[in-house]
Design a protein around this ligand. Structure first.
Ligand SMILES: Nc1ncnc2c1ncn2[C@@H]1O[C@H](COP(=O)(O)OP(=O)(O)OP(=O)(O)O)[C@@H](O)[C@H]1O
Ligand SMILES: [Mg+2]
Length: 235
């Protein structure tokens, strides 16, 4: 469904990604892990179209996205839940969800979306009229995911959803991601620094380091690699 081919991205003179290739198949949950500054968020921004590559391309359902705007990519079925959540703080929970439903598929299925989001995150139903800026970090993350779901995406990209959350809250978020994956309605591409959890839930993963994919594969294979064991499991 998603093919990223030899992507090279630079900010001015600084190379953020070099020849990065990844693939996500229909219904898969794929994880991208790597240290700070590795280029994980840049990869997501290039896929969603807010950053343009210097070379290489992104194909979505066989369509080359090179000349497709970020907004259009949303209509095609790509949702990007950004790092740091970025909910609209002065809008209510409901208004945030409505903002997510701007795409054609999102508008026509909004009632269904609300049911899905509120059953996944009951606390959002209780707080539907509360301003998003007054929610806890975990609740804001739930809302950011809900807003992503509201566009009825075929591919949802989640950038460090557990960032800054207490372990128990992060577990709730991972559980909900896992449930969305099991429902099988969309593919999920996840960036995570909590590698052990990411490994538990994902089908496959890529390890990004200073802008390059240094390893990829099923996690039971990755976890045998000495570099991964040293970097992420303290072995
Ligand atoms: N808008 C920008 N302008 C200039 N350089 C940038 C910009 N955004 C990111 N960079 C640089 O590009 C590199 C990759 O950044 P990116 O945010 O993609 O990494 P990351 O893997 O998401 O890191 P983190 O784990 O901290 O979120 C870093 O060296 C970063 O400083
Ligand atoms: Mg990042």
């Amino acid at each position: 469904m998603l093919e990223v081919e030899s992507l090279t991205v630079a900010y001015g003179g600084l190379r953020a990604l070099t020849n990065v290739s990844i693939e996500v198949k229909t219904g898969e949950l794929v994880c991208v892990v790597g240290p700070n500054g590795a280029g994980k968020s840049t990869l997501f921004k290039t896929i969603s179209g807010t950053v343009l590559p210097r070379s290489g391309k992104v194909l979505f359902e066989g369509v080359d996205l090179s000349t497709v705007s970020a907004a259009r990519r949303g209509h095609l079925g790509i949702a990007h839940v950004p790092e740091g959540r970025e909910v609209f703080r002065s809008m209510s929970v409901m208004e945030n969800l409505e903002m997510g439903a701007w795409a054609e598929a999102g508008r026509s299925r909004f009632a269904e979306t609300l049911e899905r989001v509120f059953s996944l995150f009951p606390v959002l139903a209780e707080r539907r009229d509360q301003l998003a800026g007054t929610l806890s970090g975990g609740q804001q993350q739930m809302l950011a995911i809900g807003r992503g779901l509201a566009s009825r995406p075929k591919l949802m990209m989640l950038d460090e959803p557990s960032m800054g959350l207490a372990p128990a809250v992060a577990d709730t978020i991972f559980e909900s991601i896992s449930q969305l994956h099991r429902e099988g309605e969309m593919a999920i591409l996840l960036v995570e620094q909590r590698v052990a959890e990411a490994m538990e839930y994902s089908n496959r993963g890529y390890v990004l380091q200073t802008g390059e994919v240094i390893l990829s594969g099923k996690f039971d294979e990755l976890s045998k690699d000495d570099r991964i064991r040293r970097a992420y499991f303290g072995m």
